[in-house]
Design a protein around this ligand. Structure first.
Ligand code: ADP
Ligand code: MG
Length: 375
């Protein structure tokens, strides 16, 4: 059994974005040094880490030199190649394991694995080519076609509402980025997510589920508590715990869920890393998702995920939201987290704000609408 990583050890994080930045802060609070591997600069994570390597995630020489300087390796960036993961794992412990990252990289592998575990996913079909595309007429509409790999923030998705929309897609069938996966469109009542952490002792901790709202495929806001029945909270955490155990997770993993009109939960996708919808934990829990992740990766105990406050997390996206930052600074119960990105391009996640209230003191829907920076 791996012993706890002593303070002064080096944790390597692959990826230079904001998730790496906030993970590095948590790691340094626990006395670790952080070494970031980023493919490009400027890297938000470099500013909070002891060391930065700039190099390709798929260059064996870069990976070897990086791994040799780390005691344990994790990642905040999901698209590391299978070969790269195997090379890293031969040199140092990698948490979560490369095989878990590989499952989450491919929507077909992800759905196949979740279904085999008896966990609920939307009905789906693999669409490898035009012949598979032709069969979608029997599958039924509305549906969503997604690229199997590299999708994020709603990119790489085609919504097919009816036969007419399908006909348009069919006319363009030679240009589609196969392989794709077709999913039944879920008429969901809400979207939820749960962050689950597990260490190598098999201890599992789930944070409370949040309700998440998206705009243009990008997360705008998360809210805790989610306005759902206690049984739904239990069920969301049960699903996340089963998954963490069955997949052999060491680290943290986000589970995105739909709650349909009947109240049932369906897994949308999983991400074996800290997740944007878990940022509320920074100010509503004693130990946040980033520290929980680092603790799990470092073989430390996982303390309580108890939520001491209610709250909203709002993403600050692009120049419009950044213009609101000075006013947000004046708010009494708002904690601002900026990622140090120089240029506020439209659609770019620049930071987030956690608005925190005493438990039971969450403003209602009307007040919520007023609180949202842009909607
Ligand atoms: P990404 O990797 O871009 O986050 P997702 O699969 O999470 O991709 O899709 C982004 C968003 O699109 C979801 O948060 C949800 O709002 C919507 N969506 C995705 N799949 C479905 C579906 N099967 N039914 C209804 N809405 C969906
Ligand atoms: Mg998603």
């Amino acid at each position: 059994m791996t012993p706890a990583l002593p303070p002064g050890s080096t944790i390597g994080i692959i990826g230079g974005g904001q998730l790496g930045r906030m993970s590095a802060v948590a790691a340094s609070r626990l006395g670790y040094h952080v070494h970031i591997l980023s493919a490009s600069t400027p890297a938000p994570a470099a500013e909070t880490a002891a060391k930065l390597t700039v190099g390709s995630y798929d260059d064996p020489a870069v990976l070897e030199a990086f791994a040799r300087e780390c005691d344990v390796i994790t990642f905040e960036f999901e698209n590391i190649s299978a070969a790269g993961l195997r090379q890293l794992e031969a040199l140092r412990p990698v948490h979560p394991a490369g095989r878990i990252l590989e499952i989450s990289q491919d929507r077909i592998a992800e759905k196949t694995t979740l279904s085999a575990m008896g966990l609920p996913v939307a009905s789906w079909r693999s669409v490898q080519n035009e012949d598979d595309l032709a069969t979608l007429k029997d599958f039924g509409f509305p549906l969503i076609l997604k690229t199997t790999r590299f999708g994020y923030d709603g990119k790489g998705q085609f919504r097919v509402s009816d036969e007419t929309a399908f006909q348009q897609l069919w006319n363009d069938r030679q240009n589609l980025p196969y392989p794709l996966v077709a999913e039944k469109k879920i008429d969901f009542a809400r979207e939820l997510s749960v962050m689950v952490a597990r260490n190598h002792h098999g201890d599992i901790r789930c944070f409370d589920p949040s309700e998440n709202r998206h705009r243009d495929g990008i997360l705008r806001m998360s809210m805790v508590p989610a306005p759902v029945a206690p049984e739904t909270i239990d069920e969301a955490q049960r699903i996340a715990s089963c998954l963490a155990k069955d997949i052999g997770l060491v680290g943290i993993l986000g589970v995105e869920l739909f709650q349909n009109a009947d109240g049932q939960l369906i897994i949308n996708e999983i991400a074996p890393r800290p997740h944007n919808s878990g940022h509320w934990t920074q100010n509503a829990c004693i130990i946040d998702q980033f520290e929980m992740h680092i603790r799990a990766v470092a073989g430390l105990p996982l303390p309580s995920t108890r939520r001491h406050s209610d709250g909203f997390m709002h993403n600050l996206i692009g120049p419009d939201d950044m213009a609101l930052v000075p006013a947000m600074m004046e708010e009494d119960n708002a904690a601002l987290h900026l990622y140090g990105k120089a240029e506020a391009r439209p659609g770019r996640k620049m930071g987030h704000i956690n608005r925190i209230f005493p438990r039971g003191g969450l403003p209602g829907e009307h007040a919520l609408a007023q609180l949202q920076p842009v909607h």
